[in-house]
Ligand binder design. Structure first.
Ligand code: HEC
Length: 478
């Protein structure tokens, strides 16, 4: 539809739930004093020596009996907020748990952290917070925000001690792990949209790709407009030859954009080309050095936004920012991969009603996938490629999944394993060390589903009632 400025957003990547958090929360170090006085649990002074004992016994549910053994010489508890706990929450939680953001409560200052203290422990022990799907037993990932065992123990002990505050002056300086700023040159904007379907609405915005020359995307980020309702965004490139299907969907829906769920919504779904996926807490940023995703002039970008409407939220207008370059050393694709026969309905990916632990697997080689999705591919057909990110995509019956390389000569290498699939927190994980895959190796995809509560059998499709089992990887020329 209109040219340049329809909305859109793109996004990508996946991975990093944490970094910018320390930057933002650093600011409220200064407000420590006011947080202290406003805190219901600790209205005492901040003299650590005199307040500790009283606080520990006064506010802890587990009793003050351990206080003796866990205090330092000065009488301060072994674990206090400012020195020990705030750095952990700032780095791993505050990017979402802050005013106006997607999490239901903030953890930005002492008052908030101590008020919610008891509630934090079960989530961090179960490793459900911070949200991060990829198992570290499969591979290691850049930006993995997961807490270490020591960090978990620290928060736990702090709660057991009654959430002692400590001295704001002891707060360590924030770790400076912010990524260097990126110069974005393309901005795509979604339409101003107010979701009305509870609890979830999936909307695609079709946006014109504004550049008239061949271009590579080398980095991007998304800035959600109304952070409290934007749950995730997936960006797809729609090449010129396939635009009509999508324009028809857009035209048929009177509101901005059109409804879509597991993909950009057109019949061409089996070939949807992913640009990236974003979920809260991910700062976005550059794609792996020297690589970029090609976008043809005349393309469109379909931005699928998963809204999770909440009362009182403003309409959303999200912006995707991209850095583009005319050339890259190593062109790359973000390749979705699944059994084409499932996608085309020739083989049914059936998940029978009432069945638990239904497994679907598929094995393919990368050249075949590239050939299917990009008939004019300029790399990857008979040469090794480098895989630097990997992810999975299922809908709501998905329970777990794995993507791994089976080596031609025997042996295997795990790329990503998501032991507890959660549709709300899907992402594409950036491998700490990229993996070289030879044309003779195969990629093995495995998805598990649970339809034990379902009354009808489910199969492949892009509706909420359908399922998918997709592997996803970012491959570049060597
Ligand atoms: C990427 C965003 C994000 C990060 C990072 C994050 N949370 Fe959350 N958290 C949420 C959202 C959203 C919810 C609401 C429940 C949901 O949607 O899963 C939530 C809910 C919670 C809950 C309530 C759980 C419940 O079921 O009621 C606790 C406790 C919690 N988070 C603690 C933490 C702690 C502690 C950290 C850091 C160690 C953290 N979260 C990091 C987004 C985040």
């Amino acid at each position: 539809m209109a040219h340049t400025s329809r909305p859109v957003v793109v996004l990508f990547s996946l991975a990093s739930l944490l970094p910018l958090a320390s930057g933002c929360s650093g600011d409220d170090g200064g407000s420590g004093a006011s947080a202290t006085t406003g805190d219901p649990a600790t209205t005492t002074t901040d003299d650590p020596a005199s307040s500790t004992g009283a606080e520990a016994t006064g506010t802890t549910a587990t009793g003050g009996s351990e206080t003796e053994g866990t205090t330092t010489e000065a009488g301060e508890p072994a674990v206090v907020y400012y020195r020990d706990v705030k750095p952990i929450l700032d780095a791993a939680c505050v990017s979402c748990h802050r005013a106006g953001d997607i999490a239901p409560f903030a953890l930005e200052n002492y008052g908030e952290a101590s008020m919610w203290g008891e509630l934090l422990v079960p989530e961090i022990e179960a490793r459900t917070m911070p949200p991060w799907g990829a198992s570290s037993e499969c591979n290691t990932y850049r930006y993995d925000p997961s807490l270490s065992d020591e960090e978990i123990a620290t928060v736990k002990e702090w709660v057991a001690l009654g959430t002692p505050e400590g001295d704001p002056a002891d707060e360590p300086p924030p770790v400076d792990d912010a990524l260097p700023p990126i110069e974005y040159d393309v901005e795509l904007t979604t339409a101003l949209y107010e979701p009305t379907v509870y609890p979830d609405e999936y909307r695609c915005f079709l946006i014109d790709w504004p550049i008239v020359e061949q271009r590579y995307i080398t980095g991007f980020t998304i800035e959600p407009g109304e952070r409290s309702i934007v749950h995730h965004v997936i960006a797809y490139v729609i090449p010129p030859a396939e635009i009509d299907t999508y324009t028809a969907l857009d035209d048929a829906d009177p509101k901005p954009g059109y409804e879509c769920y597991g993909g950009p919504g057109g019949e061409a779904v089996p070939r949807a080309q992913w640009l990236g996926a974003w979920a809260p807490g991910i700062p976005g940023g550059p794609l792996p050095e020297g690589t970029g995703i090609h976008v043809e002039p005349g393309s469109k970008v379909a931005l699928q936004v998963h809204y999770h409407p909440v009362e009182g939220a403003d309409p959303d207008l999200s912006v995707v920012k991209l850095r583009t370059e005319a050339m890259v050393e190593r062109p790359a694709y973000l390749l979705p991969f699944a059994n084409p026969l499932w996608m085309l309905g020739i083989v049914n990916m059936t998940i029978p009603a009432g069945a638990k632990d239904v497994q679907h697997t598929f094995e393919v080689d990368i050249p075949a996938t590239i050939d299917f999705l990009y008939p004019n591919a300029d790399f990857g057909l008979d040469e090794p490629v480098e895989v630097s990110m990997a992810g999975l995509h299922m809908h709501e019956l998905g329970t777990s999944g794995t993507l791994k390389v089976n080596r031609d000569g025997g042996g295997e290498q795990c790329l990503v394993n998501v032991p507890r699939w959660d549709f709300n927190w899907q992402g594409i994980y950036r491998l700490e060390e990229s993996v070289i895959v030879d044309p003779s190796d195969t990629i093995h995809l495995e998805c598990f589903f649970d339809n034990s509560d379902g009354e009808s059998s489910v199969a492949w499709g892009d509706g909420t009632e359908d399922e998918m089992c997709l592997g996803m990887f970012y491959v570049s020329a060597l």
